[in-house]
Design a protein around this ligand. Structure first.
Ligand code: ADP
Length: 161
């Protein structure tokens, strides 16, 4: 069974992420979307909230599993028997960092390869931080996040902000 993992902050999941999830899930027997808790970042949504948003928006994709992890990705891949790490690329500016990460992960776990899926053109400028900025200032995020979570993101951000 070919298992791939798609790691990220997903704070919150956007239509750009969902596009990568749909395309990657068609390439592998199983795709594990893993919410990474990164101590260096201070997220807007809790790990549980981010997982719940992902679960809701991917429920129709039967080979997609949602998980969370806080350590080294190379170790997590080995633990889950994954052969591939999936990343999305939006612009050249993503490349240098992702290149470094891919080489490092391969060094740490030679059994795992990283593949990159190019963003779909309409999501090229879409990021979670842009969504948070818009919602914080009271703007509508309907064009940027899956419809199942749009209202909730809007309300939670207004409540916190
Ligand atoms: P962000 O960079 O928006 O904070 P994440 O850390 O959650 O996002 O990203 C997880 C993965 O999804 C990364 O590989 C990132 O490059 C990719 N990604 C994020 N937004 C998009 C998008 N709009 N199109 C394609 N890939 C994306």
């Amino acid at each position: 069974m070919k298992i791939a993992i798609y790691p990220g902050s997903f704070d919150p999941v956007t239509l750009g992420h969902l596009d990568i999830i749909e395309r990657a899930s068609a390439l592998f027997d199983k795709l594990i979307v893993v919410v990474m808790h990164n101590v260096a970042k201070s997220p807007m949504f809790t790990v549980e909230e981010r997982m719940e948003f992902l679960r809701r928006t991917t429920s129709r994709l039967s080979n997609v599993e949602i998980d969370a992890f806080g350590g080294l990705l190379a170790g997590y891949a080995a633990q889950r028997g994954a052969c591939t790490i999936v990343k999305g690329l939006r612009a050249m500016s993503d490349f240098e960092y992702e290149f470094q990460m891919a080489l490092t992960n391969r060094k740490l776990n030679p059994n795992v390869d990283t593949i990159f899926l190019m963003t779909s053109a309409e999501y090229m400028y879409l990021s979670s931080s842009m969504v948070k900025d818009i919602a914080l200032h009271g703007g509508k995020v309907a064009d940027f996040v899956p419809p199942e979570i749009e209202e909730e993101i809007f309300h939670r951000m207004r409540k916190d902000g």
